[in-house]
Ligand binder design. Structure first.
Ligand SMILES: NC(=O)c1ccc[n+]([C@@H]2O[C@H](COP(=O)([O-])OP(=O)(O)OC[C@H]3O[C@@H](n4cnc5c(N)ncnc54)[C@H](O)[C@@H]3O)[C@@H](O)[C@H]2O)c1
Ligand SMILES: [Zn+2]
Length: 683
């Protein structure tokens, strides 16, 4: 086989192994760990074979790794770095030196773990963060346990911050222990190796499974101590109701320094942890694996009240605990910061634990919040394993601080792309499965918001949400806006799905165009129920959350040109639109003190994409004007000053403008999006 063919084969095996290992959560946490392979490829400069290291680059996830996510480095140059290595105090400089070892400029940026993979004398290396392995790594007698479980086949390497020195340590350990298949890295995870990719994978799985089996066979029956009276999980419905009632306050707590998106879970592992006596002590000790505490902060905020505590008592206590948490985090920063440390990044918790209810986790977007929660579940599994065998002993606070405020970590954060204008904002759009509402939901999501698509038909709502993005971006749900209980349930689902609510669009509507004498009381009621009463119900349910969250917010009404324009055959629709338009002003006046802005939009003649027009009304209007139905939009355009057809996207643009920072000082306003109809000018 040619050198190129062999290189492709090595990379292919590495990707397949990475994907297999990464897709089983028992093997490593999301985006945690890395895998590598060494092999030869042709040097395009000399045409000669050179030895390369392919290793998962910075930031990627093993489960979904592709060749583009690998960094490719010249092995001779990488290993030569050992001779210029200035010592552990300056080991960070070696990361910049990796760039001088790259084989071409394609591929991902090398991660901090690159040295370990390059320096260890084996063709294939895996470094993983399995819960079972970290349980051994964080047990106070982890070294003795490692000997007991593995004999001399797996060696203990004491905690050391990831970096060049850790790579040297592991390489030296392997040289001194030729029989070893891998090691337990104190406080952190595992590393395994092999001469072939299959052997390496087998060794990784052996360490993970043997550790898990040992824990299962030797653990105390109640690793988290006896059951705590009153701390058991609440029954399903009660638990969900309490979670929804607490969510706005919890988001306010997590967002004191900067706004956060949330994730809620009542996973069995979390409820079980909180139901047992040792959880306050263990939670205080914090997480240990660097991946875990970078996403969860050093420790969570734990509500110290039983599951049966009332919502009011819980909120009062949480407020006290929040102040204490902030003071403690500031003290942790002050104790550990040096002159060169980056500035404090905010003192609010990222994980909040509520006995009987579950865990709320927070991040700059839904994915980050969800993964933080996953990592705390990993940490709970680790604590259960370690406490089952021995005593959980995570790494020291000062070491955690060195990683949390590491210059390399700070640089990574600085390299992150600027957040989108609506990042962290959570939107609920009614009637969003069709037409204007769907365009609004799509635009808000494109600007970084998390979006809930609410409509009458759950399947249509789910389909529209799926078109907009995955469930970290948009979810669909059924909510008839005329039904107060359904609207409350939709708001509850919103706060449980994304942690809160910031932006509400009252868009749901329908149009029955009839002259007065043909308008029935039922017609009148339907128009008013959906648009006037529906918006009132939605605004009321949403305002309760907005006020508790203390983050301000936006309510936008999709009114209509017809809220001010008076024409024939429109009594029920236009009167309901006028009602909505006045709600804008009334609520702007009432909610201003909470930082909630309430504005409206007056569209007109939005034919394309509109279910209102497609449902027969468009055909009727076209017949009235004597134009083919497909030209109705163009016909309306001719009646405007700008002679432009209005599309759903134009209404969506106006919603975005109203909710963007540029209009932060505007409330009680209506914006016409009608290509200019003189009769509907606002005065
Ligand atoms: N199309 C226009 O020219 C125009 C002009 C001015 C104002 N508007 C207003 O814009 C909004 C959207 O209209 P569109 O043209 O996109 O119509 P559309 O029919 O395409 O969308 C309206 C959506 O609202 C939903 N809906 C109806 N009743 C509901 C209820 N009780 N609960 C929840 N959802 C409900 C429908 O299922 C539909 O998906 C309406 O309020 C409408 O009055 C439209
Ligand atoms: Zn690691």
């Amino acid at each position: 086989m040619s050198t190129e063919g062999r290189a492709k084969g090595v990379v292919g095996e590495l990707i397949a192994r990475s994907n297999r290992l990464g897709s089983d959560p028992r093997n490593t946490n999301y985006a945690g760990g890395n895998a590598s392979a060494k092999g030869t490829a042709a040097d395009p400069v000399t045409g000669e074979d050179v030895e390369l290291l392919w290793v998962k680059g910075s930031g990627g996830d093993l489960a979904t790794l592709t060749p583009a996510g690998l960094a490719a480095l010249r092995l001779d140059r990488l290993r030569a770095l050992a001779s210029v290595y200035p010592g552990v105090d300056r080991e960070d400089e070696m990361v910049a030196a990796f760039d001088y070892c790259l084989h071409g400029k394609e591929g991902a940026a090398p991660s901090i773990d690159t040295a370990m993979h390059g320096l260890v004398g084996a063709a294939h290396v895996d470094h993983l963060h399995p819960d079972s392995g970290i349980a051994i790594a964080t047990a106070v007698d982890g070294e003795a346990l490692t000997k007991k479980i593995f004999g001399d086949t797996v060696v203990w390497v004491p905690w050391r911050r990831p970096g060049f020195q850790l790579g040297l340590d592991i390489a030296a350990m392997k040289d001194a222990n030729p029989q070893a298949i891998g090691c337990i890295l104190g406080g952190h995870g595992i590393t395994a190796w092999g001469d072939s990719s299959a052997e390496c994978e087998g060794n990784s799985l052996h360490i993970i499974e043997a550790a898990a089996a040992y824990i299962a066979g030797h653990s105390r029956p109640e690793p988290f101590g006896p059951v705590l009276d009153g701390y058991a999980a609440l029954p399903d419905q009660e638990r969900r109701a309490k979670a929804a009632a607490l969510a706005p306050t919890l988001r306010a707590i997590a967002s004191h320094d900067k706004p956060m998106v949330g994730h809620y879970t009542d996973a069995e592992a979390v409820l079980d942890f909180l139901a047992h006596a040792e959880h306050p002590r263990l939670a205080k000790l914090g997480t240990s694996c660097p991946d875990h505490f970078l996403r969860t902060k050093v420790k969570p905020l734990v509500l110290d009240l039983p599951a049966t505590a009332s919502v009011e008592d819980a909120i009062a206590r949480l407020t006290e605990l929040h102040s204490a948490y902030r003071a403690e985090y500031q003290a942790y920063y002050d104790r550990n910061a040096t002159r060169d440390s980056p500035a404090i990044r905010g003192a609010d918790p990222l994980i909040i634990l509520v006995p009987g209810v579950g865990m709320f986790s927070y991040g700059k977007d839904k994915q980050t919040a969800r993964v933080a929660g996953e990592f705390y579940v990993n940490a709970i599994n680790v604590m259960r394993g370690a406490e089952g065998l021995s005593t959980y002993a995570p790494i020291d606070e000062s070491e955690k601080f060195r990683i949390e405020y590491w210059a390399l970590e700070e640089a990574k954060l600085q390299r992150m792309p600027k957040p989108k204008p609506l990042a962290t904002r959570i939107a609920l759009v009614t009637g969003a499965a069709s037409g204007i509402g769907k365009a609004i939901a799509t635009r808000l999501a494109a600007e970084g918001a998390c979006v809930v698509v609410a409509d009458l038909d759950p399947d249509k709502a789910a389909a529209a949400a799926a078109e907009i993005g995955g469930t970290d971006v948009a979810v669909g749900l059924a909510a008839d806006v005329t039904d107060e209980a359904a609207v409350r349930a939709a708001v509850d689902t919103t706060v449980l799905t994304f942690g809160g609510l910031d932006l509400v669009v009252n868009n749901a509507g329908l149009s029955l165009s009839k002259p007065l004498l043909e308008t029935t009381v039922a017609d009148w009621d339907l128009q008013h129920n959906v648009m006037a009463k529906g918006s009132f119900i939605v605004s009321k349910a949403a305002a309760r959350v907005l006020i508790e969250q203390k983050l301000g917010g936006d309510i936008v009404y999709i009114s209509s040109k017809n809220s001010i324009f008076a024409g024939p055959s429109n009594i029920a629709y236009s009167a309901a639109k006028a009602d909505q338009a006045h709600q804008v002003r009334l609520l702007a006046a009432e909610l201003g003190e909470h930082g909630v802005r309430v504005n409206g939009i007056n569209p007109d003649g939005v034919v394309r994409g509109s279910g209102i027009f497609a449902g027969g009304w468009g055909a009727k209007r076209a017949a009235v004007y004597g134009v083919p139905e497909e030209e109705l939009g163009a016909h309306y355009a001719k009646r405007t000053l700008l002679k432009r057809e209005v599309l759903p996207e134009h209404v969506a643009n106006a919603v975005f403008a109203l909710c963007s920072a540029d209009l932060s000082h505007t409330t009680g306003l209506h914006i016409p999006v009608d290509a200019a109809v003189t009769a509907a000018f606002l005065r």
